[in-house]
Design a protein around this ligand. Structure first.
Ligand code: SRM
Ligand code: SF4
Length: 562
């Protein structure tokens, strides 16, 4: 290429160049897997994500070992599990792999997946092969592609919700990268010459500008936090079949504390189209983002910024011209959060049980053998399970007479199967320290203390029956969806948090920031003072989110004034 041609090429970020030259996501991953080092090279870290892997290091060990010491590297590996649905054998396989190749625990995620932490480079292949043997995968669980498709949980065996399994699987399969790299690198499959391999029909060689998140639900059921997704589908039904979908686009939560050009955004209503156009609509939305999304600045590359910059009308027009038809502008559904914890009788008479798992962490803790208990219950009753977007686990298809025996498994191990208090059941925290390389402060490890204080304040002020949705993250990226909570804490630096109020339990409104410099020790008393205001000035039955939204920020900021 001549110098002038080189100069005319549009400027793109470094990650774009890595994707383009990766030979279909292969890079040097195979070679590096064999080189005996505990870690991968910098460029390979970007490609690993497309295979569902992040390289991490133990951040507690970083401070113990000090400057200049080798980091304690290990990998985080994330499954691609559409709708978080697994049969008993699949769950048991995931459980077993955690002991064999991970740190012994499973971490349920806010996108209905499972993460392994602490996997050594030398164990990665065996773990991924094990996942493959269970008919699941890690392909495209991360990276600039359509990631794990989330889906409304269906603990009651509702026939309409069950109809969502098929489109969720279809979207997941259709938007998985087609490269043979995964099979070659992790499964020792036959090698294909990347030069002769057909180009990926959806992603080409540069994939998408950024991660892309898709969710599917029934119109009205917002147990998936629909508005936080790049693309969300809300099914409508007629005579027991899916008649079509409402489409929402451009949701996303990540922001940076110091960059006002980054912000959380709730998805906008795009329109409705009949069911038979579903894949074509999804392809069109993805294609517009692929063509126009920002490839220079990764902090401005999510679909939400394209929507803000060009406008919804422009975006709709681009989608419709690819689709060759117009999307119907219908009235939008009203949204509710649907609770699935505890015992329920399903449509077919079997039982389901929604088990609350704080921060989705399934481990055998000291005197708290949660992982063993779940394993025993799954071995004994062979239920199918579904991970929820709130990091919980629903067991389905339990025989009607199983209730006592199921509960006894947990009781015999000293475990309670009910949330510790009213605020616990919908509380979320991201992993943050010590595994997350981006964490600025604690989240999951601090959540139990924080919730104990919040529950104490609720109980003290007679507000136990109106617990707010509380979420905490270790940085502003928003992995535990803090900006659609009622009360949220977002790490700013060690021991310092931004505090947000004003979302709603239905997840249809964004929070607002009270302050971004609240010391961790001040959080319990601040919450207590906010609840005193709520108790005094709140309307009958008013939620904390609605109250704080109505009141505005000033009275809360005044609490921090001195
Ligand atoms: Fe996330 C990056 C964990 C859901 C927004 N997220 C990360 C990484 C991989 C850190 C990194 O890049 O090095 C975290 C790994 C931590 C660890 O040690 O395991 C991480 N994100 C998680 C999980 C495990 C949180 C959880 O508590 O469950 C969730 C995994 C979901 C899954 O199974 O796929 C998770 N992340 C989310 C969500 C919520 C959602 O999608 O429903 C969001 C906000 C929605 C959104 O995408 O806008 C989210 N994660 C981010 C971002 C900010 C993206 C942005 O647009 O700015 C990053 C950083 C990035 O991409 O640069 C990030
Ligand atoms: Fe890490 Fe930040 Fe996501 Fe928490 S919110 S997991 S600290 S990237």
């Amino acid at each position: 290429m001549s110098n002038s041609q080189e100069a005319q090429k549009p400027q793109v970020s470094k990650v774009e160049k890595i994707k383009e030259s990766s030979r279909g996501l292969r890079g040097t991953l195979s070679e590096e897997l064999e080189n005996g080092a505990p870690n991968f090279e910098a460029d390979s870290l970007q490609l690993l994500k497309f295979h569902g892997i992040y390289q991490q290091d133990d951040r507690d060990a970083r401070s113990r070992s000090g400057e200049g010491m080798e980091k304690a590297y290990s990998m985080m590996i994330r499954g691609r599990i559409p709708g978080g649905r697994m049969n008993a054998d699949q769950y048991l396989k995931f459980d077993e792999l955690a002991d064999l190749y991970g740190n012994g625990g499973l971490r349920l995620t806010t996108r209905q997946s499972i993460q392994y932490h602490g996997v050594l480079k030398s164990s990665m292949k065996e773990l991924i092969k094990g996942i493959h043997d269970s008919m699941l995968s890690t392909i495209c669980a991360c990276g600039d592609v359509v990631r794990n498709v989330t889906q409304a949980p269906n603990p009651l065996g509702d026939p309409e919700l069950a109809l969502l399994d098929e489109p969720a699987n279809l979207i997941s399969d259709h938007f998985a990268a087609r490269s043979n790299a995964y099979v070659e690198i992790w499964l020792d499959g036959e090698r294909v010459d990347p030069q002769t391999e057909a180009e990926d029909p959806i992603y080409g060689t540069n994939y998408l500008p950024r991660k892309f998140k898709v969710a599917i639900t029934r119109a009205g059921d917002n147990s998936i936090d629909l508005f936080t997704n790049d693309l969300a589908l809300a099914a409508t039904f007629e005579k027991g079949s899916i008649s079509g979908y409402h489409y929402y686009v451009g949701g996303g939560l990540g922001k940076n504390h110091r960059n006002a050009k980054t912000y959380p955004r709730l998805a906008s209503y795009l329109g409705w189209a009949p069911a038979d156009q579903m894949i074509k609509v999804c392809e069109s939305v993805v294609a517009v983002q692929k063509e126009y999304g920002d490839r220079k600045d990764r902090k401005h590359a999510r679909l939400k910024y394209l929507l803000e910059d060009r406008g919804l009308a422009w975006f709709r027009n681009e989608v419709e011209s690819r689709l060759g038809s117009s999307l119907d502008q219908q009235s939008e559904p009203s949204w509710q959060f649907v609770d699935y914890l505890g015992w329920h009788t399903a449509a077919n008479g079997s039982l389901s049980f929604g088990l609350h798992i704080l921060s989705g962490r399934i481990i055998d803790g000291k005197n708290q053998p949660l992982k063993s208990a779940i394993r025993e219950a799954v071995e004994k009753y062979s239920p199918s399970v579904q991970i929820t977007p709130d990091q919980d686990l629903v067991f389905m298809g339990l025989p009607a007479e199983a209730k006592e025996g199921f509960e006894a498994i947990f009781q015999s191990k000293g475990l309670s199967i009910s949330p510790k208090g009213s605020v616990y059941s919908r509380a979320l925290a991201c992993p943050a320290l010590p595994t997350c390389g981006l964490a600025l402060a604690e989240a999951e490890r601090f959540l139990p203390d924080l919730l104990a204080d919040i529950q104490g304040s609720l109980d003290k002020h007679g507000l136990t029956d109106r617990p707010p949705v509380v979420r905490m993250t270790g940085c502003p990226n928003g992995c535990a969806r803090p900006y659609s909570a009622e009360l949220a804490f977002v790490g700013r630096s060690a021991g310092i948090y931004a505090v947000y109020v004003g979302g709603n339990p239905e997840g249809t409104r964004l929070v607002q920031e009270i302050s971004d410099t609240v010391a961790v020790d001040r959080l319990p008393s601040l919450v207590d003072e906010m609840f005193i205001l709520w108790k005094k000035d709140g309307k009958e039955g008013e939620t904390f989110g609605d109250f704080s939204h109505r009141l505005g920020l000033q009275p809360f900021q005044a609490l921090l004034a001195d």
